[in-house]
Design a protein around this ligand. Sequence first.
Ligand SMILES: *Cc1c(COP(=O)(O)O)cnc(C)c1O
Length: 383
Amino acid sequence: MNEELKFDTRSIHGGQEPDKAYGAVMPPIYQVSTFAQSAPGDHQGYEYSRSGNPTRAALERSLASIESGNYGLAFASGLAAMDAVIKLLSPGDEVLSTNDLYGGSYRLFRRVFEPLGIKFNFTGMQDVAALEPLINEHTRLIWVETPTNPMMNVIDIEAVAALAKKHNILLAVDNTFATPYLQRPLELGADIVMHSATKYLGGHSDVVAGGLVVRDKDLADKLYFLQNASGGVCGPMDSYLVLRGIKTLHLRMQRHCENGEAIAKYLETHPKIDRVYWPGFPTHPNHDIAKRQMDGFGGMISFVTKKGDLEDARRIVSALKVFTLAESLGGVESLAGHPASMTHASIPKEEREKSGVTDGLVRLSVGIEHADDLIADLAQALG
Ligand SMILES: *Cc1c(COP(=O)(O)O)cnc(C)c1O
């Protein structure tokens, strides 16, 4: 859809047309549960808003367009979107997943789907060659999050896609951190792209929503069946908010990237900082892959101070004034978080620390304020 248009144009016009009723340029918020039928089964394309709603459909076409896919599906949250993907599987099936991933994703896999008989194998995926021995005849899905949250490791999507194809396994990529402005997994061979639209796509910290995009019609039909049958759909108002956010995604991402770079470089030279995790550094272990598969390095940064303990991390995030201490990421405003006690608290400490999420780790979602103010804020908080 609109493949010939550039990304910036697709983020505004992709899959959109003036509304049929009055030519409204933005799709109206069809805040309605049901649609009149002139005879049983005779309607204008919509019958009940769980099955389909024009505002949601506009968002779904936009998602498909910006992710270079054919079919989009919008959900009530990122986790509702993931829930639909895992429901493609059956008891006895196995999933190979990134080990350093969003805490809620880990909880969904371990606490909801494992008791239902689906097995999850968590592993680092920076070394793709080490993945093949972990595949067996039950492996049905590979779940990749890249850059990883919060350690900012980068996984080679194209290489994992080749491996998945070879073994006839589905590959799903959580593209929440990078956004399609920086990385389009379907172009690299992935089968499913997943988003927490709550983050950069919405972009204004005012909505919780999720999305899936695929190219294959069969897969789209199966996911649509699950979306409708389980019912975790994105409401009309939320669909509208995400769609509105997507229209400025390219502009916001440019500034997120610029500010991210300025802050990563500032932190790297700060005498009190031990390590900064940001894929834009040439010294980052996966920098070459990041450069190849991403069009920029984004505004997500994690760091550890030289003290590196819980007290120091808590002191810093509490002292910030322009950065807000809060869960979530990807909004216009800068946020700071403490993964071990916030976003990743649902992962057992031992499991967490294996992937580097220590008590001293601080994560920043760099917003689109002026970089000077953000740096001054970090300077005062680091003391
Ligand atoms: C927030 C987030 C999710 C979950 O999305 P919700 O919209 O909160 O349900 C999944 N993956 C990543 C990377 C996230 O940041």
